[in-house]
Design a protein around this ligand. Structure first.
Ligand code: URA
Length: 200
């Protein structure tokens, strides 16, 4: 059994926050274990909670479309969330829940060792760059701990706000070039705290 599958057994037993009492299924993540790109969303919704799979509802259909636009399928990438269990009534995750769940995301990153992390939405962005504004940094990349971090709006934002659809589609199209140039993007020192980085 792979190290990631072992990890999922541990996640399925997790009761480190209140969300464990509400879940139908844990949603650890899925995709290629040696994916170059790790997409990280916020938290499972109703559909994900029922199926135990990430991004299988309406936002997921848009994510599939976005992946296809750069010649990828789900099997080429890895898709996970900051929070592994659905918050009741799809409310925003609490800081305590994000702290409790962070260890699982860290272990996933260690095992997958992606070249690029794509944060989907502000909760995911905040895990890596607290205080960054998604409105300012979407479509830009920073290298941290040897991994390119690319910020995007959450796909669900396009469902609520049609005007963001094109922005999200355009941001997605930047990924192949960034990935191709991954080695060349310089690590940014924390003290610089740039709002934007790189060639975009
Ligand atoms: N939204 C997310 O952030 N993650 C999912 O898995 C589904 C919807």
């Amino acid at each position: 059994m792979s190290a990631l599958s072992e990890l999922y057994k541990e996640i399925a037993l997790c009761e480190d926050c209140e969300l464990a009492r509400h879940r139908t299924k844990v949603v650890p993540g899925e995709g290629s274990e040696d994916a170059d790109i790790l997409f990280i969303g916020e938290a499972p919704g109703w559909h994900e909670d029922q199926q135990g799979r990430p991004f299988v509802g309406p936002a997921g259909h848009f994510l599939d479309e976005l992946l296809h636009s750069i010649g990828l399928t789900r099997d080429d990438a890895y898709i996970a969330n900051v929070i592994k269990c659905r918050p009741p009534t799809n409310r925003d995750p609490l800081p305590s829940e994000m702290i409790a769940c962070r260890k699982w995301l860290d272990r996933q990153i260690e095992l997958i060792r992606p070249k690029m992390i794509v944060t989907l939405g502000r909760y995911s962005l905040a895990q890596f760059f607290p205080g960054s504004s998604i409105g300012k940094v979407h479509g830009t990349a920073r290298k941290k701990d040897g991994i390119i971090h690319f910020a995007m709006y959450h796909p669900a934002a396009a469902l609520h706000q049609q005007s963001l659809r094109k922005t999200i589609q355009e941001d997605m199209l930047k990924i192949p070039l960034l990935l191709a140039q991954a080695e060349e993007v310089e690590e940014v020192k924390e003290e610089h705290k740039p709002e934007q980085l790189s060639m975009f």
